[in-house]
Design a protein around this ligand. Structure first.
Ligand code: AMP
Ligand code: MN
Ligand code: MN
Ligand code: MN
Length: 289
């Protein structure tokens, strides 16, 4: 039986595809009642020192975080890393390598959209990318809303940018083994992000969880802004079946876009071991109460 804690261990800042700064996110998390926070930008940890300092200054406990893009059985699988040390060079190098192909991919996405008459997307997306190294589909989506192609970003991802739709470009990210190894060798815990979002068959999903554990992965997101109540229950069972700790995170990106705000999540089911129970010595304790 775990003791409920308002932990939010998944969100994004302007360092990747969020719209708030690490400092603004820390303040929002605190005022929403979050007790333990992690910023998990896509493929980038350059916002970590700012996030940790901002959290400390307002009395919010912090775990370092990242969300690494991997390719597993031709699908993109996101692996969250929590509680790693910031001084491990192979993690920085691996993330830089993972980000490497984004500019070319973005150009190819823009070319594909231009073929159906939607022009200017590369420059448009770039305008939204706070980090030039990290142009993502979210930045395309924002530009396509701004320019009137769609009414909101949800419509963009329904009609464009996803598999089989205009503007989708298949991409090879890091391998599952690489992502889990970088995180664990840096002293952190690897966690499978929002497992219900992937379109694997039962056998493929079994392979994902089995290989992930084999490489040293220890956690899975059970309560996330991307899961329905029934998906939470299903992945609580998966966590128990595979002996994985459970994580909780909103995946908050923006006040204007995200349906789940920081900290606004159900508690973890009581029978699960929370990831924070295994990461006690990795928590950066706030200096101000
Ligand atoms: P990228 O890393 O460039 O492939 O962009 C993926 C990001 O797009 C995700 O992290 C989400 O922020 C955003 N996104 C929102 N809705 C969807 C969706 N239906 N499919 C994929 N990505 C989505
Ligand atoms: Mn994102
Ligand atoms: Mn994700
Ligand atoms: Mn995310």
């Amino acid at each position: 039986m775990n003791v409920p804690l308002n932990a939010d261990l998944h969100c994004h800042s302007v360092v990747s595809d969020g719209t708030l700064t690490p400092e603004q996110l820390a303040a929002r998390a605190k005022s929403n009642g979050v007790q333990l926070w992690a910023l998990t930008d896509h493929d980038e940890i350059s916002g970590q020192s700012r996030a940790a300092a901002a959290a400390s200054a307002i009395g919010l406990d912090y775990l370092t975080g990242v969300e690494i893009s991997t390719t597993f059985l031709h699908q993109t699988v996101h692996i969250v890393g929590l509680g790693f040390g910031l001084g491990y060079e192979p993690l920085w190098h691996g993330l830089q390598q993972t980000r490497g192909g984004r500019a070319l991919r973005a150009q190819q996405m823009a070319d594909d959209l231009a073929r159906i008459g939607i022009s200017g997307c590369f420059e448009g997306a770039l305008k939204y990318a706070g980090n030039r190294d990290l142009i993502s589909r979210t930045h395309f989506a924002r530009f396509m809303v701004e320019s009137g192609v769609c009414k909101d970003t949800y419509e963009v991802f329904r009609k464009y940018l996803t598999e089989g739709k205009p503007g989708y470009v298949e991409h090879r990210w890091a391998t599952l083994k690489e992502a889990v190894t970088w995180i664990t060798d840096a002293g952190g815990m690897a966690v499978i992000a929002h497992p219900a979002r992937y379109k694997f068959t039962a056998n493929e999903e079994f392979a994902l969880f089995t290989e992930f554990k084999g490489y040293g992965g220890q956690g899975v997101e059970v309560v996330t802004g991307s899961h329905s109540a029934s998906e939470c229950i299903a992945y609580a069972d998966t966590a128990l079946e595979f002996g994985l700790a459970a994580s909780r995170g909103s995946d908050f990106h923006s006040p204007d876009e995200s349906r789940t705000d920081l900290g606004a999540l159900p508690d973890l089911p009581p029978q699960l071991t929370p990831v924070w129970a295994l990461l006690q010595d990795r928590v950066l304790r706030a200096t101000v109460p």
